[in-house]
Design a protein around this ligand. Sequence first.
Ligand code: TGC
Ligand code: FAD
Length: 390
Amino acid sequence: MAAARLNPLDLYDIRSLLTDEERMVQDTVGRFVDEKVLPIIGDCFDQARFPKELVPEIAGLGLLGATIPEKYGCAGMNGVSYGLICQELERGDSGLRSFASVQSSLVMYPIYAYGSEEQKMEYLPKMAAGELIGCFGLTEPHGGSDPANMKTHAKKDGGDWVINGAKMWITNGNLADVAVVWAQTGDGIQGFIVPTRTPGFAAQEVHKKMSLRASVTSALFLDNVRVPDANRLPNVKGLKGPLGCLTQARYGITWGPIGAAQACLKEVIDYTQERVLFGRPLAANQAIQLKLADMARRITTAQLLSLQLGRLKDAGTMQPTQVSLAKWNNCRMAIDIARECRDILGGAGITTEHSAIRHGLNLESVITYEGTETVHQLVVGRELTGINAF
Ligand code: TGC
Ligand code: FAD
């Protein structure tokens, strides 16, 4: 009897390691991506347009702040489900996953983890419903890898704080109703919830991007922006505040590129069966099969890495170094696969009629943001040697 064919996108049946609830989350988001995202996303990328019209449905599916408790209007899912959300959204486009990552891990998470009860009640339910959109201002124009050296500062003035500075490369910047802004104070780095309509706050969209074109990226300017002390996140001080948010977002980003790589692999498996060259399907050539097999090997490795990371996260034992290794590995895996898939598509691979070039270009941002590949390599090196090479 012939053995049943394996799923080329899940060769090790990772799905069997998921709970019923996790499988349901994956199927629901997967359906949304197939039906609502894939038909429009190539055009969105061409037109450099974020598909804002999808936000109500993303919110309706409970994908924003998905791991935050139901008490705050969120879905209260586990970390693995959040990872699967990122994977499926990024199978559509990294820009959509970026939107969800920033809203969930970089804006709702710090309000949940470091905010007062009043701040949580005021912002989280509206953010989960997609009624308020957030952005996260950490990176500055003079160098994002070293946020400890930030110049943006906040000065206490009576019961208020006055913030001055600039932030660069900020996802959702021109969409946002609120910005979580990190600033130096006399008492270390602190986070502030800044409504974007506050006088002195300005967002300027970054144009001419060749990557993440279906996502909004902006520069933020803060010129004597005044907010009350009630807008300061009271429960964290120091760089560990923003770095703690990055750990959450980077965890999700380990899953996202798996989706992008799966989309590319699926596309070339189909294409190489139909493309006939030298009298036989392209897929019948050893040189092509070796490449496809190697892609499946790398995707499988990444899937197992992220799933175990998720189980550690849900057990409360996940360490930042483990996140760094997976973010590095999975971004590298996906960007290399996207490039190879573009090559296998030949000339057809250079337009957005196929997804490989779009994913590959997007992954140039994904491998850079949330800590560049080098930053994550050095984090792992520091763990192994005990020597800080930054
Ligand atoms: P270091 O001395 O290592 O640490 C300072 C304090 O922070 C703690 N810590 C962490 N806490 C939580 N999670 C982590 N990953 C942490 N890493 C460090 C640490 O324990 C310490 O705490 P304490 O209590 O002792 O003060 O700081 P360092 O200056 O040596 O850091 C080095 C380095 C390079 C690792 C760090 O600066 C870094 O990660 N740089 C990269 C910056 C970055 O990733 N920026 C991302 C900006 S946001 C973004 O890109 C969003 S894109 C999203 C999208 O669109 O999807
Ligand atoms: P730099 O820090 O200037 O690094 C330049 C190069 O130097 C890199 O190759 C880096 O690896 C290398 N390098 C740095 N240090 C070392 C070292 N010690 N040894 C060897 N090499 C080193 N930031 C936010 O705060 N919020 C957001 O929402 C956000 N969204 C983004 C969206 C997009 C599309 C992009 C592209 C970026 C976004 N970022 C955001 C910023 C992102 O986090 C930074 O781009 C990233 O951290 C790198 O910072 P940088 O661009 O200033 O590069």
